[in-house]
Design a protein around this ligand. Structure first.
Ligand SMILES: C[C@H](O)[C@H](O)[C@H]1CNc2nc(N)[nH]c(=O)c2N1
Ligand SMILES: N[C@@H](Cc1ccccc1)C(=O)O
Ligand SMILES: [Fe+2]
Length: 277
């Protein structure tokens, strides 16, 4: 692992990130510490109610199938109980983290079928959008699809491949790929208008609508190498969203990619300007 918890804690504090990294284990996990206030429980229910009305209409069926399977969004999830359920369905579990964690430990968790979920919740002032991942994003956005066997396998493979790419020096490139697919991807669905696929869209009231429905949203056809060259910002609406033809197309692109070639060609080059793609 390239970064120590202490160094990362200093970096996050300097950037104004909200998590308490002082209590992290070496793999960046913490105890969930289930002691949420009644006000936080109310914020959780409000978030779920508002967002479920949107996802019903705008989310890809692969996500909605997961929500149906996972059920129960009426209170802040107990990570232990959810993990028990997931373990039976797909062999995944969720682990608590204090917030954003570095790419290497993040992908190592995925490779071992553990999904990191932040243990704190956004405030009432951030119902529409928050600039860093919180529990609502991590749980509501990412966890439902982990109940689906094909997706569950894909996410583990993602973690494994990512570790290979990081070893080649491509940590920025693999992070962009994750960003523009798992976080902000759009996906086509037979006989349907364009749908949202990425978790960063599922958890934001305003960006979900913008990305899928706004005429100002810039949509670009998915191309793996282009994605891996395209820079991003985590705290603003995305300047472009890549459109995936299907889940199978994503998996195939991933499986057949010549990652060593891509990294070799692009390492050290400046990120692509989104206005140009
Ligand atoms: C891999 C890439 O950096 C990506 O944005 C990861 C990093 N760390 C994370 N950490 C948390 N808690 N949640 C996330 O969604 C991510 N995403
Ligand atoms: N912007 C997302 C949260 C998020 C931040 C950073 C990275 C990924 C997701 C939301 O409002 O829910
Ligand atoms: Fe995320």
């Amino acid at each position: 692992m390239t970064m120590s918890v202490a160094d990362y804690a200093r970096e996050c504090a300097a950037q104004g990130l909200r998590g308490d990294y002082s209590v992290c284990r070496a793999d960046f996990t913490v105890a969930q510490g289930y002691d949420y206030s009644t006000d936080e429980q109310a914020v959780w229910r409000t978030l779920c109610d508002r967002q479920t009305k949107l996802t019903r209409k705008l989310a890809h069926h692969s996500y909605l199938d997961g929500v149906a399977e996972l059920g129960l969004l009426d209170q802040i999830p107990d990570f232990g109980a959810v993990s028990e359920k997931l373990r039976k369905l797909t062999g995944w579990e969720i682990v608590a983290v204090p917030g954003l964690i570095p790419a290497a430990p993040f992908f190592d968790h995925l490779a071992h079928r553990r999904f990191p979920v932040t243990n704190w919740l956004r405030t009432r002032q951030e119902l529409d959008y928050i600039v860093e991942p919180d529990m609502f994003h991590d749980f509501f956005g990412h966890v439902p699809a982990l109940t689906q066997p094909v997706f569950a396998d894909f996410m583990q493979m993602y973690g494994e491949k990512a570790e290979d790419v990081i070893a080649l020096g491509g940590d920025e490139m693999i992070t962009r790929l994750y960003w523009y697919t798992a976080e902000y991807g759009l996906m086509q669905e037979a006989g349907q208008p364009l749908k949202a696929f990425g978790a960063g869209l599922m958890s934001s009231f305003t960006e979900l609508q913008f990305a899928v429905e706004s005429r100002d949203a810039h949509h670009v056809a998915f191309d793996l190498e282009t994605v891996m060259r395209t820079g991003y910002e985590i705290d603003k609406f995305q300047r472009a969203y890549f459109v995936l033809p299907s889940f199978d197309a994503l998996r195939d692109a991933f499986q057949t990619a010549d990652m060593a070639g891509i990294v070799g060609r692009n390492k050290g080059k400046p990120a692509l300007d989104l206005a140009a793609v």
